[in-house]
Design a binder for this molecule. Structure first.
Ligand SMILES: [Mn+2]
Length: 486
């Protein structure tokens, strides 16, 4: 990444920071809107804390998207400033029409249509400088750069920006290390003794899950015979002389001695090689971000576990708990959030059982699998369900498309996921979702491996048929573009 790009990007964050400070000096009221995933909640927490420290008058709201209702609210309340974090760039046109440009700050990292006039907004987005917003900086990262300009003390929020980036899965690099602008945030956090960076086994639940459960719940790497089999997993560990418990308490991966860690890593590598899964070996070890000021064995100590906790508060309609934790509450909010995380896991399990209960709920088409979540699966959780199910499919070449209805909007929300295997065969779900949804008065897009779309409920069957056809085209080696949706 070029140095001038970074310099220009940072200059723009400083311009946004200045706008925010000017508003506060005039005692203006500020509305903050943020996205409800882990990154959006982190971003809201960072901006919230920065505003709180300035004694600003402000209000935070977390939503799934920006819509007419939010715009109407801004028009009616006339706040002196509205800040959008982790979304907003794709609503420039809508905002442009109705809200004075000088009263809007957008801190977003999503791709946006570049034919849209954005000069007069305080619009901070890495794509303006050709910095990749999917890997180099997240919504919370941008919020962090702004907060740091407002007050150097806000460097203590750098771990939250790292949590947000990991929540958005920006670690798609060798050894799952954060790169680009994200690595500048990591440098800040390490220098302030708030983050410790380690290389270790990548199984989820490093602080909170018993080791045998961490191994058994792993989909990446997928361990045939161990994934989904806690008993087999415990036996595997016992054969390596690794104790599952210490002083009555279950040991987690963080508790392994260096010697045990080595033994387990090489045994797992051998195991994968024996199964012919040599490509999974590289997924065993990765970069771990430890929040050193957080308590041991809590979900806040490991940045990826922290992100999952935040995500659950958003998905379960309790984002204010996540925001409070980001702003520093380690008391009641944390206690409640832990319960929410449990409830979230239970509802995911409930949905997974529901899908498996009847064949008509998950149908196999020629090129795709479709999950009919309709009115049963919560639309805020549908993405999680497809992410989990995609790794359990018999045919790795077929993407999974899950949908839930959003009755009040008369829309069906689709979440599409596929595998690295299918990507190598030419699948790009972002292109499929965009082309197919636009054909039926919807909207969609995203990444090659994970994408989404929204279409009117009465177009669901047509949309599914077209997705099936377009995926078939990609598997046959053809590209799918916007003109390709007939
Ligand atoms: Mn984001």
């Amino acid at each position: 990444m070029g140095q001038s790009k970074i310099t220009n990007f940072i200059a723009l964050t400083q311009k946004a920071a200045k706008k925010i400070m000017e508003t506060i000096q005039k005692d203006g009221f500020i509305h903050v809107f943020s996205h409800l995933d882990a990154d959006g909640i982190s971003a809201a927490g960072i901006i919230g804390k920065a505003l709180f420290r300035l004694d600003a008058k402000f209000r935070l709201r977390v939503t799934q998207w920006v819509d007419e209702k939010i715009i109407d609210e801004i028009i009616a309340d006339k706040p002196q400033l509205t800040i959008f974090t982790d979304f907003g760039s794709n609503y420039l046109e809508l905002l442009n029409e109705k809200v004075p440009k000088s009263k809007v700050v957008i801190l977003d990292h999503h791709q946006f249509a570049n034919d849209i006039e954005n000069d007069n907004f305080f619009h901070v987005n890495p794509h303006i400088f050709d910095i990749p917003g999917a890997t180099d900086v997240s919504g919370s990262g941008i919020a962090y750069f702004v907060a740091k300009t407002i007050n150097p003390k806000n460097i203590d929020l750098s771990p939250i920006a790292i949590v947000g980036a990991l929540g958005d899965m920006q670690d798609k690099n060798d050894l799952r290390t954060l790169c680009g602008l994200n690595s500048l945030i990591v440098e800040n956090a390490v220098a302030a003794n708030l983050i410790k960076v380690e290389k270790d086994l990548m199984f989820f639940g490093r602080e909170t899950r018993p080791i045998h459960r961490a191994l058994a719940s792993s989909n990446r790497p997928f361990l045939p015979g161990i994934t989904g089999e806690e008993g087999a997993s415990a036996k595997f560990l016992k054969n390596l002389d690794i104790d599952l418990k210490e002083n009555q308490r279950w040991r987690s991966l963080r508790d392994l001695q260096p010697e045990e860690r080595k033994r387990l890593s090489s045994a797992l590598a051998d195991y994968l090689l024996d199964q012919g899964l040599h490509f999974e070996v590289e997924n065993l070890i990765g970069t771990i971000y430890v929040l050193t000021k957080e308590e041991d064995w809590t979900p806040l100590r490991d940045a990826r576990e922290f992100a999952v906790l935040l995500n659950s508060t958003g998905r379960m309609d309790r984002p204010s708990l996540g925001i409070s934790i980001c702003m520093g509450d380690r008391d009641t909010s944390l206690k409640e959030a832990k319960q929410i995380l449990e409830d979230y896991r239970k509802s995911i399990n409930k949905y997974l059982c529901w899908v498996k209960e009847k064949p008509k709920r998950m149908k196999e088409f020629e090129n795709i699998y479709v999950i009919y979540g309709e009115n049963f699966i919560n639309e805020k959780i549908i993405g999680t369900i497809s992410s989990i199910l995609v790794s359990t499919l018999h045919n790795l070449e077929k993407p999974i498309i899950a949908f839930a209805n959003v009755e009040e909007e008369n829309a069906a929300k689709f979440s599409a996921r596929t595998t690295g295997f299918a990507l190598r065969k030419g699948i790009n779900l972002g292109e499929v979702m965009k082309a197919a949804s636009e054909k039926f008065e919807g909207k969609g897009g995203g990444h090659n491996i994970a994408a989404g779309a929204q279409v009117p409920i009465n177009q669901v069957q047509n949309f599914i048929s077209l997705v099936n056809i377009l995926v078939g085209k990609q598997l046959a080696g053809k590209t799918v573009g916007s003109k390709d949706n007939t």
